[in-house]
Unconditional design. Structure first.
Length: 254
């Protein structure tokens, strides 16, 4: 039990990587507040993990609402007596547009979900972590936060922002025993491709970004991201801080 006795909050836990992270955290003994908008999907996760060492509780919330984000952190402390780990996983894709074709609505929505929600939850969590003497933040960024040709301009900018937040937070709070790392997945089998802006993609942008797809050795699974998250959440990674770890099967090693 690598996470026994720990308490975690995981956002975007109703599907994909977030669901797998919450699942494996509970399997490794952590109590988990699983956060998402879709309450029925969270219930499925709770039922699926009911016999695990760790307990999963559902918390339905819109993470772009700062008040709800504060409540989700409070829920962990109130329900389990503490918070050890925050995983910011929730995110949405853009429509693959280059900057000249960016629409205001898409820019606002992607940054609200991918960046603002991360700032809101980190802001609340670090205040608590300062009070109790330490904590651990894991942000799910993307290789789109490390390279420029993976997605559209807005998604790329948002994930570069998450990488920057990760490094800045790690440095600023290192002396307070607060760690912050990011996982930067490559192509992973999730539902992100079905997000609202991907239903009407910019074909010119998709054609341009698609050049690199030929180099991708395979599509990864959410469980492969979850196992890295377990390591970063555990005491085994106690000296790992401020790192943005690409987990992409070697796609961007070329």
């Amino acid at each position: 039990m690598r996470l026994k006795g720990k308490t975690a909050v995981v956002t975007g836990a109703s599907s994909g990587m977030g669901r797998d992270i919450a699942y494996y955290f509970a399997k490794e003994g952590a109590n988990v507040v699983a956060v998402a908008r879709r309450a029925e999907r969270l219930k499925e996760l709770v039922d699926q993990t009911k016999d695990f060492e760790g307990k999963v509780v559902a918390f339905s919330a819109d993470i772009t609402d700062s008040a709800k984000v504060n409540e989700m952190i409070d829920e962990a402390v109130n329900r389990f007596g503490k918070l050890d780990i925050l995983v910011n996983n929730a995110g949405i894709m853009d429509d693959m547009s280059a900057v000249g074709d960016v629409k205001d609505e898409m820019y606002d929505k992607v940054f609200d979900v991918n960046v603002k929600s991360v700032v809101y939850s980190m802001r609340k969590a670090v205040k608590y972590f300062e009070e109790v003497g330490g904590g651990n933040i894991i942000n799910i960024a993307s290789i789109g936060g490390l390279y420029g040709g993976v997605a559209g301009a807005v998604y790329t900018a948002s994930k570069h922002a998450v990488v920057g937040l990760t490094k800045n937070t790690a440095f600023m709070y290192a002396l307070k025993n607060i760690r912050c790392n990011a996982i930067c997945p490559g192509a992973i089998a999730t539902e992100i491709a079905s997000s609202e802006f991907m239903k009407n993609i910019n074909m010119e942008g998709a054609k341009r970004t698609g050049i690199g797809l030929a180099l991708n050795p395979r599509t990864g699974q959410g469980s492969e991201i979850a196992q890295v998250a377990v390591f970063l959440a555990s005491d085994e990674s106690s000296f790992v801080n401020g790192q943005c770890i690409a987990v992409d099967g070697g796609w961007r090693a070329y």
